[in-house]
Design a protein around this ligand. Structure first.
Ligand SMILES: [Zn+2]
Length: 275
């Protein structure tokens, strides 16, 4: 008997991959999924034609009402890199059918936009618009003050998280916690140099959150009251320096883009305190 998995046909997989220009359809990833291998007559493929609703009973987002044909139809597939295909199967509450369809149509749209290079001027304008939004995301205390001057490390961590979300999705969380979709994520930026820089910035932001998390767990800092002033004291001076210099580095990278589009550069910290 044939397998109980309703796998895609090879031709279906091929079209799925081509419709997104062989890139991962997770808009926050967009990793290329194929390239030259050492064998000059071959290529490496790290792309996966993933099922949106699982191919077999027991899989994630399995829909018993679907027919075998519907399950292996291109409509039920999404082209992803290996990491993202594992990611979507790790949590079907987060990676819902709706979200995956959204990813797919977004990636298909980007792929076709990539082809339409006939009007690069239009892309430059779009890019500038996106960059202006991202610059606005750095206009908050978390990118202004030295780490020991922070009021609350929890608020700082949230501000960093908000910035990552804004760069990845174009969604901005305001101070009162409400969420507004103002723009698009960094994957929409057409200029490859700017896009690369934004990906680097998100990597650094993620590293800041990770190190801060470990520091909180290990009790690597404490609050110190000095009269009416409260400051954070770090037990590891290297960590404190890194938390400052990493944000300085982010604003430095951002500033190179500011320069390109002709807006004022970002400086950290906004005012230097005397030691
Ligand atoms: Zn991916």
């Amino acid at each position: 008997m044939a397998s109980k998995r309703d796998d895609f046909k090879e031709t279906t997989k091929d079209i799925m991959a081509k419709r997104v220009g062989y890139r991962c359809s997770n808009p926050s990833c967009r990793k290329p999924t194929c390239g030259a291998s050492d064998d000059p007559n071959n290529y490496s493929n790290i792309g996966v034609a993933a099922h949106i609703c699982a191919a077999a009973r027991g899989g994630k987002r399995y829909d018993p009402d679907m027919s075998k044909e519907e399950r292996r139809d291109i409509h039920n597939g999404i082209w992803l890199c290996q990491t993202c295909s594992k990611l979507i199967d790790s949590d079907d509450l987060r990676y819902t059918v709706d979200l995956l369809h959204k990813w797919k149509s977004l990636s298909e749209e980007i792929a076709i936009l990539d082809l339409e290079t006939a009007s690069p001027a239009q892309f430059v304008e779009q890019d500038k618009e996106l960059i202006r939004f991202y610059i606005q995301c750095f206009d908050r205390p978390a990118f202004r003050d030295e780490i020991r001057m922070e009021f609350s490390m929890e608020d700082f961590d949230r501000a960093i998280e908000d910035t990552i979300i804004a760069l990845n999705t174009g969604v901005l969380r305001t101070r009162d916690g409400s969420i507004i979709k103002q723009s698009e994520g960094k994957a929409f930026v057409q200029n490859p140099d700017w896009r690369e820089k934004l990906y680097n910035i998100v990597d650094i932001l993620t590293a800041i959150r990770r190190r801060l998390n470990i520091a909180a767990r290990d009790g690597s800092y404490h609050q110190h009251k000095n009269g009416s002033e409260i400051i954070y004291v770090f037990h590891d001076p290297q960590l404190e320096i890194w938390l400052n210099s990493s944000r300085e580095e982010i604003l430095r990278i951002m500033s190179t883009i500011c320069k390109d589009i002709g807006v004022p550069e970002l400086l950290f910290p906004r005012c230097r305190y005397s030691w």
